[in-house]
Design a protein around this ligand. Structure first.
Ligand code: PEP
Ligand code: MG
Length: 589
């Protein structure tokens, strides 16, 4: 067992240690699990049931997609149904179970591998690409095998493990990380604002990304320590190192508990200026956790996880259930529901959307919604229906030009009228706002803000597009600087323009969760800071420890500096002298 220490990027703080589980980039990878000869028939029956369930699922998906999006999008399911009906394929799986006396999951994995190799040998590019359809179908069958297990075996405790992967699809991350048995995550790829990182932070799972080739250096079953605070990963450590990290873990866990106590304190600066910590959440179940950390509302609900978690297209009822759940739990605090941000790194597996050469600049977010209006309508209906308590607000992502707002407003009004005709109760005044994530939108803040009720600055994307730095590419992450003077000028312009127009403005990117950046934002006039809930206590501590007047002076001075580093140094130096407690908790993270 080789002892290895690796450095990556810590994207979710804390320390997790335990048995390593290496995940393949497909959804159904499993460890080899043997069964007794007497269990073979039962296993074959289990496989059969999973195939039947998969068939029903595919038929249902086909119907839904055909209804929502037309015949041309539904044909893929015919292909998948054909694969599912392929006797040769399933006979090989059955044979593997019989001969090797293994569980169906493992047999599926083996046969999938064989098929991938067969397809790789095909010269024709089109047919070679069909291999992903085989994987897709087999993954679905595998998921249905597991589903059965989850439903019938009550109180079964899943093995606690540390997940190691090359990278994780957002849908895969949602499924795996929310399962409750993941101690930590480490991946080859990814950056701090990749969705796996965001989700890990939401669920308080320590994570290190950007490890380049950890998957090639480890195997399942190794012992691994993931230090998400310092960005370090240690494989098969000697006893002394294990002890050292156990101590570190204890200290961190203690600090984390202390930090949570700030949740009950008032959100005011030393000179009594009120600010509002809000939560970014991905899953409805996170809302209670968010409030326990001191959130005073949900500043961003990333609704696309509703699509990514469900095997078929979510129906209006599915949307409504999620939104109402959050609105009720948060009431009377506000909840900003962001309409789907599909596209980019978040594809929609149910729709088999064509790959785009440059997805970050492609059919993403509101662009996707306006193209797929039937889907968008379903979501808008549900959001509006969930507004009966009058605390629901709508947030539109990735607005680039004012015409898009016009389109959204028209559709919004149409849907409201439709619901009125149906005599559905809802908040007629449900507010509508947009996210500023595209530099072009930022430059016309004055024009856009007059069209809507409020703005929310999505700094994760805004910085990525403004600095031309891919937010999840670790090769250029050194250039991703929220304190870059040009970013600061742009953000100051957005905030001050919105405030001048008498409109509300929030920041909902990760920048709001960084103590230094949060101080700068406070100095610009920002009062609404929306972030991953686990960072709320830290930011609350920072903002509670300072005097607005001092911060404003320092930030004003910082605007004349040339580099992000100069800005950082000035703020630390000047604020620390006057308000030593401001970074007390920031340092540990
Ligand atoms: C952002 O871009 O800052 C944002 C909050 O949206 P997301 O991270 O979901 O793209
Ligand atoms: Mg964004």
């Amino acid at each position: 067992m080789t002892f290895i220490r690796l450095r990556g990027k810590g994207v979710s703080p804390g320390i997790g240690m335990g048995e390593l589980s290496l995940t393949e980039p497909v959804l159904f990878s499993v460890r080899k699990e043997s069964i007794s000869p007497a269990a073979v028939e039962g296993e074959l029956r289990r496989l059969k049931r999973a195939v039947e369930r998969t068939e029903n699922e595919l038929l249902q998906l086909k119907r839904e997609v055909k209804g929502n999006m037309g015949e041309e999008h539904a044909f893929i399911f015919d292909a998948h149904l054909l694969i599912l009906g392929d006797r040769t394929l399933f006979e090989s799986i059955e044979q593997t179970i019989r001969k090797e006396k293994v569980r169906a999951e493992w047999a599926l994995t083996q046969v999938n591998q064989k098929y991938q190799e067969l397809f790789d040998a095909i010269v024709d590019e089109y047919f070679r690409q069909r291999k992903s359809d085989v994987s897709d179908v087999l993954a679905r069958v595998a998921a249905n095998l597991v589903l059965k297990k989850k439903r019938t075996i009550k109180n079964e405790r899943k093995k606690q493990e540390v997940l190691v992967a090359h990278e994780m699809l957002p849908s895969e991350a949602a499924v795996r990380l929310s399962a409750g048995n993941v101690l930590a995550v480490a991946t080859d790829m990814g950056g701090a604002t990749s969705h796996t990182a965001i989700l890990a932070r939401s669920l308080n799972i320590p994570a290190v990304v950007g490890l380049h080739n950890i998957t090639q250096q480890v195997k399942s079953g190794d012992f691994i320590i993931v230090d998400g605070t310092d960005g370090e990963v240690i494989i098969n450590p000697p006893l002394a190192v294990r002890k050292e990290f156990l101590g570190k873990k204890e200290k961190y866990d203690h600090y984390y508990r202390e930090l949570k106590k700030t949740a009950k304190l008032k959100s005011v600066t030393l000179d009594n200026v009120r600010f509002f910590p809000l939560a970014n959440i991905e899953l409805p179940d996170e809302v209670e956790m968010a409030f326990s950390f001191g959130a005073e509302g949900v500043g961003l609900f990333r609704s696309e996880f509703i699509y990514l978690q469900s095997p078929s297209l979510p129906k209006e009822e599915d949307h409504l259930a999620a939104y109402s759940r959050i609105a009720k739990a948060a009431y009377p605090a506000p909840v900003y529901i962001r309409t789907m941000d599909i596209g980019g790194e978040k594809s929609l597996p149910q729709l088999k959307i064509e790959k785009e050469p440059n997805p970050a600049l492609g059919l993403r977010a509101i662009r996707f919604s306006l193209k797929h209006r039937d889907l968008f309508r379903v979501q808008l209906r549900a959001i509006i229906k969930s507004s009966t308590l009058k605390n629901v607000r709508v947030l539109i992502p990735m607005i680039t030009e004012v015409e898009e707002i016009g389109e959204v407003k028209r559709l919004f009004e149409e849907v409201k009228q439709e619901l009125e005709k149906e005599r559905v109760k809802f908040d007629r005044q449900i507010p509508l706002g947009v996210m500023i994530e595209v530099p072009a939108a930022a430059a016309i803040t004055d024009i856009l803000v007059r069209e809507v009720d409020y703005l929310s600055i999505g700094t994760n994307d805004l910085i990525q597009y403004y600095l031309a730095v891919d937010r999840s590419n670790e090769f250029v992450s050194y250039l991703y600087k929220p304190l870059h003077p040009s970013v600061l000028r742009l953000i100051r312009f957005i905030i001050q323009t919105a405030l001048r127009e008498g409109k509300d403005v929030a920041v909902c990117g990760e920048m709001a969760a960084d103590p230094l950046s949060a101080l700068v934002l406070l100095g610009f006039g920002l009062r609404k800071f929306s972030m991953n809930p686990i960072f709320i206590p830290r930011i609350k501590n920072t903002l509670r420890s300072v005097e607005l007047r001092t911060v404003e002076q320092v930030v004003e001075e910082a605007m004349n500096l040339k580099t992000a580093q100069d800005v950082e140094e000035l703020i630390i130096e000047r604020i620390l002298v006057k308000h030593p407690k401001a970074f007390l908790m920031g340092q540990v993270m």
